[in-house]
Write a protein that binds this ligand. Structure first.
Ligand SMILES: O=P(O)(O)OC[C@H]1O[C@H](O[C@H]2O[C@H](CO)[C@@H](O)[C@H](O)[C@H]2O)[C@H](O)[C@@H](O)[C@@H]1O
Length: 288
C-alpha cells in the first residue's frame, strides 16, 4: 500500500488558481485526446460531515454540480467516479450517484458501476483467514468502545470502523489507542481519518483504486493502453494515497485544511462545486 508523506500546499492560493487548473485539466479534447476521470471522495468533500453517517448527503451545490457534470459527460471520453471509505451499498444509498458513475467503496475493496437498472457491484469474497481476522477485529473494537459514551463501531463487509466524533477527548484517545493495538496484534493497517479509525482485512487504498480506474476508464472510453488523466478531490488523510498517484496532466484538489500532496485547495463542498460547475461548462463548450 502506498504511504505518502503529506506536504502542505502553498497557502493563500487565489480562487482563480483552481479555475486555471480546471481549465488546464479540461484542455480542448481535439488537442488532448486522453480519457479523463473525475474521481470524488464523498464524506467531507461532497457531503458536509455530520454526526450520523447515514444522514450524510451531498451539499445542495455539490449535488447540482455532480448531476450537471454527469449529464455533460454523456458521449464524451470523461467518466465520473465516487471513491469512498464507505462500503459500496452505503455509498450508493447516501451518494445517490448518477447513472454511469463508477463506484469505489471500502477504500478500494469494493467496486461497482451505476447502470440504468441499478448498481452493478463486483462481488466481494473474503478468504477464511480474512473472515477470521474480521471477527477478531470486530471483537477488539467492541472492547475499545465498551464504557466509552459516544464511541461506536461501524461494521463493513471487509472492515470495522471506530467512530469517536461524539466521544469526549479522553474517551476518544483511549478508544483509538485500543483500536491501534488491536490492528497491530492482528497485523492489519489502521487508517486514521476524521474522528474515525478504520481497519480493513483487505489490503488496499484509494490510490490503488484510482490507478485501477485509470485502466477501466481508458478501456471504456476506447483509449485502451492510454493514460487516463485524473481529477481527484478529497478532504481526509485517507485521500492522500490518491493524491500520491497523480502525475503530469492530473489534478488534485484538497478540500479544507490540513497537510496534503494535492496541488490545489478549496475551502469546502461549495467551492468544489464551483470548480465542478466550471468543468461542466468547459465540457459542454469545448474550446469555449
Ligand atoms: O472516504 P469518505 O467518503 O470520506 O468516507 C470516509 C468515512 O466517512 C464516514 O465517516 C465520516 O463521515 C461521517 C458522516 O459525516 C462522520 O460522522 C465521521 O466522523 C467521518 O469520519 C463513514 O462513516 C466512514 O465509514 C467512512 O470510512
Amino acid at each position: 500500500m502506498t504511504r505518502p508523506e503529506p506536504r502542505t500546499a502553498p497557502p493563500g492560493r487565489r480562487d482563480g488558481t483552481v479555475a486555471d487548473a480546471v481549465r488546464a485539466f479540461a484542455a480542448d479534447a481535439a488537442a488532448d485526446p486522453h480519457a479523463r476521470l473525475v474521481a470524488l471522495d464523498f464524506d467531507g468533500t461532497l457531503a458536509p460531515l455530520v454526526d450520523d453517517p447515514h444522514a450524510a448527503r451531498m451539499a445542495p451545490a455539490a449535488r447540482a454540480a455532480v448531476d450537471r457534470l454527469a449529464a455533460a459527460l454523456e458521449g464524451t471520453t470523461t467518466r465520473l467516479a465516487l471513491v469512498s471509505g464507505r462500503n459500496l451499498a452505503d455509498l450508493a444509498a447516501c451518494g445517490e450517484p448518477p447513472v454511469g458513475t463508477y463506484l469505489v467503496g471500502s477504500h478500494g475493496a469494493e467496486t461497482g458501476h451505476v447502470a440504468a437498472h441499478g448498481i452493478e457491484a463486483v462481488p466481494l469474497v473474503l478468504t477464511s483467514s480474512q473472515e477470521e481476522s474480521l471477527a477478531a477485529l470486530r471483537a477488539g473494537l467492541a472492547d475499545a468502545v465498551a464504557g466509552r459514551a459516544g464511541a461506536w463501531v461501524q461494521d463493513k463487509p471487509s472492515a470495522a470502523v471506530l467512530h469517536t466524533r461524539l466521544a469526549s477527548d479522553a474517551d476518544s484517545r483511549a478508544a483509538v489507542t485500543v483500536a491501534d493495538a488491536v490492528a497491530e496484534r492482528l497485523g492489519l493497517h489502521a487508517m486514521h481519518g476524521k474522528d474515525v479509525v478504520e481497519v480493513g482485512v483487505v489490503e488496499t487504498s484509494k490510490g490503488e483504486a484510482v490507478d485501477r480506474l485509470r485502466e477501466v476508464v481508458a478501456q471504456d472510453a476506447g483509449q485502451a493502453g492510454g493514460r487516463t488523466r485524473v481529477l481527484y478531490a478529497g478532504d481526509d488523510t485517507t485521500d492522500e494515497t490518491a493524491f500520491a498517484v497523480l502525475g503530469p496532466g492530473d489534478l488534485g484538489i484538497k478540500v479544507g485544511d490540513g497537510e496534503t500532496l494535492a496541488t490545489e485547495r478549496v475551502a469546502d463542498a461549495d467551492a468544489l462545486a464551483a470548480a465542478l460547475d466550471l468543468l461542466a461548462d468547459l465540457l459542454e463548450r469545448p474550446g469555449g
